[in-house]
Write a protein that binds this ligand. Structure first.
Ligand code: MOS
Length: 719
């Protein structure tokens, strides 16, 4: 039986009624000990009998065509094959439409995958790949420089009222252009795959975020039925969008394995990951804002310029939060795209808000400054009653509480004017930024089984990409079934199990959690029936069911295991749904060198019900840290002539390290969202990043009076 729910109306709050108190507790992740002791097996660590090893071959020119000369290496020790006609682009679009996987017949960027070499050992494969002769026909008409683009194509645009007129008549206005560099997801675990065939069925152990979707992509790229593909990703060492779609390792391993009739493993090395996996686009953003003499916003304009490869459908939704965060009658949005010979642009954590809010939230700070209003107060004044474009109500929105409680906890009242607070050669300043990230529900299924011995099993092909899925799904089942969490086993990451939402867009915990909730709810209904009470009366605790005047242990009540499937689907709702929050940062800026040190940060977040206070806090920490990185250090550097990624490793692509990360505080504002899903939670992971970097750059301004328009705010841009 399946308990199916299409989420188009408000649902009753069954989780609260169970009274177990398991939900929301800061439960440690059950798989943690496996991970820290090396017993959790990641994609590159699987071995198979008679396994061959592949090594990717990258394009050595930025544009043109190629021919592989396999004869040039076929006599080298260990050589098994070169496969070059199934190279696919990492297709992480972040959309759930099944995008046809694109075969690469021509070279469009330097470092593109053009072949895989397979040999007996990894070292042999690497040696052969490096010796392989490739005949290139080079096209010299290469576009590698964002700043040199002139032929921008107008994409989506939207107008409401008259932006120019509103700005002309406004008491206060800003017109600022910000630029953000390309970002890499920089997941700790590189993409890897081990493929093996059994007749016409292929099993691929890979590192992927959305197995149901990825299975279709793999089937599509191999020209086989999805029913013949099994994907396994029980542990994923970070994704951040880079594993939403399949990658060259998974496809090339499957292709080579089919041909050779033996298992093949392909592991991308770090430079491959930087070049062959999608980046976040570089952006230019023009933000125009206006306010009346009371500091009430009257106009909001946000235009963006970005690039991708030819035929890539993905565009970074830069202005997402700008549509619903602040009021103002007059609005304009525009998107302009161009083609560059650079690695594909795709989803990188919080696509849209992550970079859009770096610009928007600095421009709002500028407007508050010219209006002479405290930036927290300014934001509070401009929270609209309803969605400023379609008039929809917000499903839940605690932005004001986030700003107010955050300001209080952070000590915002101690903030001074630029250059007013000084410690030796350091200027000290504080900054704030709103956080906002659209909330999404995705279709998801899970099977829940309750055994007479008081243990339970949750099964779904959901992934845990480091986010806490194992813990959270176990907590939901435990809450509903009245079991201690250590009696619940959670099996994830196998497409043989019911198809889940996958992990992406911060929908994972809510969507897959709702399916577990529904499966457990169906079990409760069955038990209530056997006990002779209504589901509402039923109490399940410590393996005993009580309801009405009856009380029976599960061992008696259950003749065998009860298995039920939960199935959640988004419905039609006329509400605006997003998580909200406020980021605060205190920085020290060196008056001699321009060096910036973040001293402390506080994130005040409202994301509906918090499902696990510990993993949610970790998600927000990650967002704050990425905020520091996007504000101060992270930047893919492309060679302007060739589009070559100059800093294609973690030594040169600077993510914040321990010494860059100060005391990070996280405060959750109490909230439930009745429209979001039956467990009333909203996404938290990407919310933690959206706005975080702007709090840092706003703090830089407050410290030293310098506003940086070109991210990241490296010392050379400050003094
Ligand atoms: Mo996220 S960038 O949707 O994994």
């Amino acid at each position: 039986m399946t308990e199916h729910l299409k989420m188009d109306k408000v649902q009753p709050r069954l989780l609260d009624e169970t009274g177990q108190g398991v939900i929301s507790t800061p439960m440690p992740r059950p798989e943690g000990p496996l991970k820290v002791s090396g017993r959790a097996t990641y994609a590159a660590e699987w071995k198979a009998e008679n396994m061959a090893q592949g090594f990717m071959v990258r394009a050595g020119i930025p544009k043109g065509s190629y021919k592989i000369d396999a004869d040039s290496v076929k006599d080298m020790p260990g050589f098994l094959g070169v496969y070059s006609d199934h190279m696919v682009r990492n297709s992480a679009q972040g959309t759930m439409n099944t995008n046809p996987v694109q075969l690469e017949h021509e070279i469009q960027y330097l470092g593109q995958p053009i072949a895989v070499v397979v040999a007996e050992t990894f070292e042999q494969a690497r040696h052969i790949a490096e010796s392989l002769k490739v005949d290139y026909t080079r096209d010299d008409d290469v576009a590698g420089d964002f700043d040199a683009v002139t032929d921008w194509k107008e994409g989506s645009s939207q107008d409401q009222g008259d932006l120019d007129d509103a700005i002309a008549k406004a008491a206060f206005a800003v017109d600022s252009t910000y630029t953000t560099p390309p970002h890499n997801s920089a997941a700790m675990e590189p993409h890897a795959a081990l493929a093996s065939w059994d007749g016409d069925k292929v099993t691929v152990r890979a590192s992927l975020q959305m197995l149901g979707y990825n299975r279709n992509e793999i089937a599509d790229s191999l020209g086989i039925d999805a029913a013949n593909v099994r994907l396994l990703s029980p542990y994923v060492g970070g994704g951040f969008g880079s594993k939403l779609g399949i990658d060259p390792a998974s496809v090339s391993a499957a292709v080579a394995s089919r041909h050779l009739g033996r298992p093949v493993r392909v592991v991308l090395h770090r430079n491959n990951v930087f070049e062959m996996i999608n980046l976040r686009t570089q952006t230019r953003q023009r933000v125009r804002l206006a306010a009346d003499s009371n500091g009430k916003m009257t106009a909001v304009g946000h235009e963006n310029w970005q690039t991708n490869l030819p035929d890539e459908p993905f565009a970074e939704p830069v202005d997402t939060a700008t549509h619903f965060l602040y009021g103002g009658e007059n609005r304009r949005y525009g998107q302009y795209t161009a083609v560059l010979n650079r690695s594909a642009s795709g989803s990188v954590r919080a696509p849209g808000e992550a970079v859009g809010m770096l610009a928007l939230e600095n421009a709002v700070d500028e407007l508050a400054e010219v209006a002479g209003i405290d930036p927290v107060e300014f934001r509070l004044r401009n929270i609209p009653d309803t969605h400023p474009e379609n008039g929809n109500a917000y499903s839940s929105r605690s932005l004001a509480q986030c700003l107010e409680e955050g300001a209080e906890k952070f000590g915002w009242s101690q903030r001074k004017s630029p250059k007013e607070r000084r410690e030796g050669e350091w200027f000290i300043g504080m900054g704030v930024a709103s956080a906002a990230r659209t909330n999404i529900l995705m279709e998801s299924k899970a099977r829940v089984t309750l055994n007479p011995d008081g243990t339970a099993l949750v099964e779904t092909d959901m992934t845990d990409i480091g986010t806490g899925t194992y813990a959270i799904l176990g907590q939901i089942a435990a809450e509903m079934l009245g079991l201690p969490t250590d009696k619940v086993t959670v099996e994830l990451g196998d497409t043989d199990l019911p198809t889940a939402s996958g992990s992406g867009g911060s929908w994972g915990a809510s969507s897959s959690g709702s399916s577990v909730f529904l499966g457990a709810k169906a079990i409760r209904a069955k038990i209530a029936d056997r006990l002779g009470c209504s589901p509402e009366e039923l109490r399940l605790q410590d393996g005993v069911a009580t309801g009405g005047n009856n009380r029976r242990p599960l061992t008696e009540l259950l003749e065998g295991p009860i298995s039920e499937e939960g199935h959640i689907e988004p419905g039609d709702q006329d509400v605006a749904q997003a998580g909200f929050g406020a980021h605060f940062a205190e920085v020290a800026v060196n008056s001699v060198t321009g060096e910036v040190r973040v001293r402390r940060m506080l994130a005040s977040m409202a994301a509906g019900r918090i499902l696990n206070a510990k993993t949610a806090q970790s998600q927000v920490w990650g967002g704050q840290i990425w905020g520091i990185g996007s504000a101060l250090t992270e930047e893919i550097q492309h060679d302007r002539r060739t589009g070559h990624i100059v800093n294609n490793d973690l030594a040169e692509y600077h993510v914040p390290v321990n010494l860059d990360v100060p005391d990070l505080q996280v405060h959750f504002v109490d909230e439930r969202d009745d429209y979001a899903n039956p467990i009333q939670s909203k996404g938290i992971g990407e919310l933690g990043l959206s706005g975080a970097g702007a709090a840092v750059t706003n703090a830089i301004y407050n410290a030293c009076g310098v506003r940086v328009y070109d991210y990241p705010a490296t010392p050379d841009k400050i003094f």
